[in-house]
Ligand binder design. Structure first.
Ligand code: FMN
Length: 312
């Protein structure tokens, strides 16, 4: 793989909050930065958990806070609040496919509305002190919707655009459309980062060989599953499985300690927050080992099951 290509960790709400980002960065690293799940305004107010997640006091890795908005006014409020933490780099979500979000004209729901996208681009232009990027899909209903937006995006100062070539309606089903990515890449004057279904170094090699102009890749579920993937790409070598699993245990324990420190709801809350990690982590783990982890209802049993799965 081209050593100059950037590697980013994707935002996944419920998975890549500060506990995961800090632990991943400490144990595996290999990325050029971590994009946070989006900060939003809900019923007119900021959510405390979003603000805690981006607060520099809770972050040890380099992050890019992400925001989601459907109007210029909403985006201005978000930018002002995030800037209070002295961030000068922000990402704008135009890709979230969840119907509750798209129905409000946010995430991928903004893509069929060039006049709304223009409002967000105008906010970006009003803030030259901040370096913005956009993370988007090809469209809400069809892979063609970006075509009505590309001139406007090309004329907006942006650090990069990350494209996930599925439509919003597809959510996470079907294929990420590489052809659609190629068409976007050819038309976009900004750096373009590819995101979607990159699970192995071979997947990434194939993509970057086919589209050598790709400026970077953003890894989501692939990095949750094999947290060493970014470091493996960067270093061009794979450690042996026993070592990778031991490091995974180390990362897990850091996440566990972070949650134990910051959650106030006791053991059951902690287990309910950490178990989703196993939705993706170590897909090669045996069924028996995964079941022992998921069915543990006591912290001591849970930790023992995780240790056994990673080290025996
Ligand atoms: C549960 C879940 C939560 C997500 N949350 C966000 C989010 O907050 N912001 C965002 O831009 N993308 C979000 N995404 C999309 C991912 O960042 C990424 O674009 C998608 O998973 C495709 O990449 P992958 O195949 O590498 O996982 C989320 C995806 C999932 C499955």
């Amino acid at each position: 793989m081209d050593g100059n290509i950037s590697i980013y960790a994707a935002p996944l709400q419920g998975y890549t909050e500060a506990a995961w980002r800090n632990a991943h960065h400490t144990v595996f690293g290999g990325t050029d930065g971590y994009f946070t799940p989006f900060v939003r305004i809900e019923k007119g107010a900021f959510r405390n958990k979003d603000l805690r997640d981006i607060n520099p006091e809770n972050n040890t890795a380099a992050i890019v806070p992400q925001l989601i908005a459907s109007t210029g006014e909403e985006m201005e409020r978000l930018v002002a609040r995030i800037a209070e933490y002295d961030y000068t780099r922000m990402d704008v979500n135009m890709g979230c496919p969840f119907p509750l979000i798209t129905a409000k004209g946010k995430g991928a729901g903004i893509l069929p509305h060039p006049e709304r996208v223009k409002e967000l681009c105008d906010v970006i232009k009003r803030h030259p002190e901040i370096s913005f990027s956009v993370k988007m899909r090809t469209g809400l209903e069809s892979h063609d919707e970006w075509k009505a937006l590309i001139e406007m995006l090309n004329n907006t100062p942006l650090e990069m655009i990350t494209l996930h070539p599925r439509t919003g309606r597809q959510q996470y089903k079907g294929e990420a459309d590489r052809e659609a990515f190629g068409a976007f890449l050819a038309a976009c004057r900004h750096k373009v980062v590819y995101n979607g279904d990159l699970l192995t170094p071979d997947d990434i090699d194939e993509l970057t060989t086919r589209y050598p102009q790709t400026a970077g890749i953003m890894l989501g579920r692939g990095l949750l599953a094999r947290p060493w993937l970014a470091a493996e790409l960067r270093d061009g070598k794979t450690d042996d499985k026993a070592l990778l699993y031991r490091k995974t245990l180390q990362m897990h324990d850091l996440i566990y300690d972070h949650l134990a420190r910051t959650l106030e709801g006791g053991e059951q809350q902690l287990l309910s927050k950490i178990k989703p990690l196993w939705d993706y982590l170590l897909p090669d783990l045996g069924k028996k080992e995964r079941k022992a982890i998921l069915k543990s209802t006591k912290a001591v049993k849970y930790r023992e099951a995780v240790r056994k799965a990673c080290c025996e």
